[in-house]
Design a protein around this ligand. Structure first.
Ligand SMILES: Nc1ncnc2c1ncn2[C@@H]1O[C@H](COP(=O)(O)OP(=O)(O)OP(=O)(O)O)[C@@H](O)[C@H]1O
Ligand SMILES: [Mg+2]
Length: 278
């Protein structure tokens, strides 16, 4: 499979002071599903932002679709072929929906992408209607996106990515703020996208969904370096690795007289230790 993204020794520091990624060498192939795991502040969002060419490495190189990505390629008001090609192929779900949403109605928000792609007006309308129906958000179509609930906003953001039908989806904490039913729906959606050949790269600390949405897991440590890049099942079975990256923690609580200790990783991989303290 074709390599679409290639990071070579990439580091990123915000304002020359706050380190966010260190010496990252990774590549992604077309059609794969990968999860990026790491504790808060480890650098997941920064990594996705680099993959989406919104942030440029402080050092090292990032190649996308065989091109060295440099600010000049994107940071120009003038139309440029690579910029257009890239934006058409790659869709990005921001961790914080408020950064993504800007239109005055949900309908306009979802139409924006297809309009940018200069599709015929009928097709823009059709795609927008299709995605609204697919997400079951007909009731929100005329609402102002910034006045919705957190989960509703997230769905509108997801809709606005799907309406452009990108080949590559970069999803930053897609289940954040979604209720259980919507989370299940989202997992199925990612599985369907995978089946249709899309590349899906998801940053999450929701370990419950990792194996359902990806075959590869990349762990970013709190030192902002890659700790593991392997088959999902191997990574999820490695409790020491997950503990060292602060993805699970030892959790102690009491059930009556019994001191109950287990490795807490949302719900998977619970390793119970019981001791009677009476
Ligand atoms: N705009 C910013 N200015 C300064 N430092 C930043 C900025 N954004 C992120 N950082 C720092 O960069 C590091 C990586 O942040 P990043 O948002 O990539 O982490 P993350 O893994 O996505 O965390 P979370 O799980 O909380 O979303 C953190 O130490 C953070 O404080
Ligand atoms: Mg983040």
């Amino acid at each position: 499979m074709e390599t679409i993204f290639d990071l070579r020794d990439v580091s990123y520091t915000y304002m020359r002071r706050f380190e966010a990624l260190k010496d990252v060498t990774l590549s992604f192939r077309s059609g794969e599903q990968a999860a990026i795991l790491g504790a808060n502040g480890s650098g997941k969002s920064t990594l996705l932002s680099i993959l989406n060419a919104l942030t440029y490495p402080s050092s090292g190189e990032f190649y996308a679709f065989g091109n060295l990505v440099k600010e000049e390629l994107f940071d120009t008001l003038e139309d440029n072929e690579f910029n257009r090609f890239f934006r058409k192929r790659v869709g990005f779900l921001f961790q914080n929906p408020d950064i993504q949403l800007f239109s005055s109605t949900v309908f306009d928000e979802i139409s924006f992408g297809p309009l940018q792609l200069e599709l015929p007006p009928d097709e823009v309308r059709q795609r927008t209607e299709d995605v609204i129906a697919m997400l079951g958000i007909e009731n929100l179509r005329d609402r102002a996106p910034h006045m919705l609930s957190g989960g509703e906003k997230k769905k509108v953001c997801i809709a606005s990515i799907l309406s452009t039908n990108p080949d590559v989806l970069l999803l930053d904490e897609p289940t954040g703020g979604l209720d259980p039913r919507s989370q299940v729906w989202l997992v199925r959606l990612i599985q369907d996208l995978a089946k249709s050949g899309k590349t899906v790269i998801t940053a999450t600390h929701d370990l419950d969904i990792v194996e359902q949405i990806s075959t590869r897991a990349i762990v970013v440590g709190e030192d902002h370096m890659i700790k593991a890049d392997a088959d999902c099942a191997c990574v999820m079975a490695d409790q020491d690795l997950l503990m060292s990256a602060n993805l699970v923690h030892r959790h102690i609580h009491r059930h009556g007289k019994v001191l109950h200790e287990h490795l807490h990783a949302h719900s998977k991989g619970h390793d119970h230790v019981h001791s009677d303290v009476s």
